[in-house]
Design a protein around this ligand. Structure first.
Ligand SMILES: [Zn+2]
Ligand SMILES: [Zn+2]
Length: 252
């Protein structure tokens, strides 16, 4: 409801939303969790967690004058679209149950508490469907970042299966699965019929991607991740401001 987008609301009933996150594993391998993208990249949150204020304010989260809180979109496709941006390479789409204080935006919610229900691995960086998680060179203090990988690209590397990732999250209901939908029209080049579609997709030798870039590099280190990942929500926040203006104008 756009008309109520400026209002603060609270819900004990969980609201379903979708977002992107980086899967992480603790450096002792005992626990899995998630970290955000953009400015949220330095924050690690567990499968069930409360949002903290990124500006270290003591106000309740989310706060109208601050950017703090978890973010999610109403539509899974909106979240998935963000994973196509190079700076979000390796991020997974997750389904969350959002609860507690929240602010409703046109395209999604900003809210206080979440439980991660589902994780969809995007494709491996080589383009084929991912089946496991492997380590990346990135991390936060105490946490190593993981990325989805196909079995071929993972050869010779330690892997964490989706089932293990879910079990180590500490959340019994959490499921991890592949997301084949963006790949459904693609075929293996050696199957004969898929030569056109898969031209340029090589199942071997893809450690650094077709474009020669190292996708395990410092994605988002230049700060563009924040701009791209949160653009849609920032756009929504403009609507929130408009709604508040309308509210003020109609009070008189
Ligand atoms: Zn805040
Ligand atoms: Zn691969």
């Amino acid at each position: 409801m756009i008309g109520r987008s400026g209002a603060h609301e609270s819900s004990e009933t969980a609201l379903t939303g979708y977002k992107i996150a980086y899967p992480v594993v603790s450096s002792n391998g005992a626990r899995t969790a998630f970290s955000g993208v953009g400015a949220g990249k330095r924050i690690v949150y567990l499968a069930v967690d409360d949002a903290v204020c990124l500006n270290d304010s003591s106000h309740p989260v989310p706060n109208r004058m601050c950017k703090c809180g978890f973010y999610c979109f109403h539509l899974r496709d909106a979240a998935r679209d963000l994973t196509s941006a190079p700076e979000n390479s390796g991020a997974v789409v997750i389904e969350v149950a959002a609860s507690g204080r929240y602010r409703r935006h046109e395209l999604g919610l900003r809210y206080a508490r979440q439980r991660v229900r589902r994780v969809w691995m995007g494709p491996c960086r080589c383009g084929w469907a991912a089946e496991v998680f492997v380590h990346t060179a990135e991390g936060r203090a105490g946490w190593c970042q993981l990325t989805p990988s196909c079995r071929d690209c993972a050869q010779g590397h330690p892997v964490l299966t989706g089932a293990s990732f879910a079990a180590l999250s500490g959340e019994r209901g959490l499921t991890v699965s592949g997301d084949d939908s963006p790949l459904r029209h693609f075929e293996h080049p050696h199957d004969g019929t898929g030569d056109q579609n898969t031209a340029g997709v090589d199942r071997r030798g893809c450690a650094h991607g077709r474009d020669g870039r190292d996708h395990h590099g410092c994605a988002g280190a230049d700060g563009t991740a924040l701009v791209d990942a949160e653009f849609a929500v920032l756009h929504a926040r403009i609507d929130e401001l408009q709604a508040e203006l309308d509210h003020l104008l109609h009070q008189e």
